[in-house]
Write a protein that binds this ligand. Structure first.
Ligand SMILES: Cc1ncc(COP(=O)(O)O)c(C=O)c1O
Length: 362
């Protein structure tokens, strides 16, 4: 079965198998070596000198950690949302008791740095900016993130970013852009199974954590910091997934980050141009289309559920539908992680054959 999803993505066999190595003592020297080597490789991928911590949780756990360790009920926060995962971040901020200011864009649009500047000028008490880098639900990338972060920093804000589906598929220059807290998830560009979240934390963010009053325990990052100093995690980690991560990071290093970004850009561009040639429109505004996933508008006479079913049952290919209110209105073609031109060609063939099979003509 070919997974043309924006996660979970396909896992190469040697990475999958590396997860089946013999178990080790999670408090022993082998684990300390493993944790220290993968944490340092993760820093390279995040383009940061900040510590990167590994949580045994899915991406949402990482998002929760990013919020509950920094934002207290009395804080003023700007949440920028361009889709369903931005809305999830908003829910997490609201859970702390904080009453955020929300800058919301319609599906397919990206955030604009001038809008952010205006909100921050008008609301001088805002001290946190929370945003999604790559909005998987709409196939839209917040390409103005560097400008937005720079504006946020000039207003003295801490910048918290969901890079769950962008890291390793496109460049996320954590230090250069001034991103304080950045989250990713293992089942996206990392070529491994779901179950781990990665989170980078700046010095400024660590200081804020000491004053943050929001209750937390499992996701208390200060506990993670204390443990990392001993090459450990505070709670029993998913050791088998750490093995997979170690192997995946070796592959990432070998291919090189710039080559990986170029491969994703090529696969994404090929997908977009072929789909447009087929007569479809994309959901994302031009210039903001994601290199991880392409969201395609479904014409009124296209039955998306039927299309996905035929692709899965007859052409062994799994595409994603739309989430929430986008259900039935779009379908999504994933092109991140362990993917090459041949996979894109096969995905496009499966899409064309499935459309033919259900009698859809543009
Ligand atoms: C941008 C983004 N944020 C957050 C998540 C949530 O991650 P998870 O499903 O691993 O909890 C996802 C997963 O699809 C995502 O794409």
């Amino acid at each position: 079965m070919k997974l043309r999803l924006p996660g979970p993505t396909e896992v190469p066999e040697h990475i999958a198998l590396s997860g089946s190595k013999a178990m080790i003592n999670h408090r022993g020297p082998e684990m300390a070596e493993l944790v220290s080597s993968i944490s340092s490789d993760l820093q390279t991928c995040f383009e940061t000198k900040n510590e990167v911590h590994i949580l045994t949780a899915s991406g949402t756990g990482g998002l929760e950690a990013a919020i509950v360790n920094h934002i207290s009920a009395s804080d003023e926060v700007l949440v920028i949302t361009i889709g369903i995962f931005g809305n999830r971040f908003l829910q997490l901020v609201e859970m702390t008791g904080a009453k955020p200011t929300v800058l919301k864009y319609d599906f397919g649009h990206a955030a604009n740095a001038n809008d952010v500047e205006k909100v921050l000028k008008d609301n001088s008490h805002i001290k946190f900016v929370v945003m999604t880098h790559n909005e998987t639900s709409t196939g839209t990338t917040n390409n103005q993130i560097a400008d937005i972060a720079s504006i946020a920093k000039s207003f003295g804000c801490l910048v918290i970013v969901d890079a769950v589906s962008s890291l390793t598929a496109m460049s996320v220059e954590v230090d250069k852009w001034g991103l304080d807290v950045v989250v990713s998830g293992s089942q996206k560009g990392w070529m491994m199974a779901p179950g781990l979240a990665f989170i980078s934390i700046s010095e400024e963010a660590w200081d804020i954590q000491k004053k943050c009053t929001t209750p937390r325990f499992y996701f208390d990052l200060l506990k993670h910091k204390a443990s990392l100093a001993n090459g450990q995690t505070p709670w029993t980690p998913a050791v088998s997934l750490f093995y997979q991560l170690e192997t995946a990071l070796k592959d990432i290093k070998k291919e090189g980050m710039n080559n990986i970004f170029a491969r994703h850009a090529f696969c994404a561009e090929k997908t977009r141009s072929s789909i447009k040639e087929m007569g479809f429109d994309l959901l994302a505004d031009e210039g903001y289309e994601s290199n991880s996933v392409t969201a395609i508008k479904a014409p009124d006479d296209l039955n998306v559920a039927q299309l996905l079913k035929v692709a899965r049952t007859k052409y062994n290919t799994i595409f994603a539908g739309g989430q929430g209110s986008l259900g039935g209105k779009i379908f999504r073609f994933g092109h991140l992680g362990y993917v090459n031109e041949n996979d894109i060609d096969m995905g496009l063939d499966a899409l064309k054959s499935s459309l033919n099979e259900i009698g859809f003509r543009k």
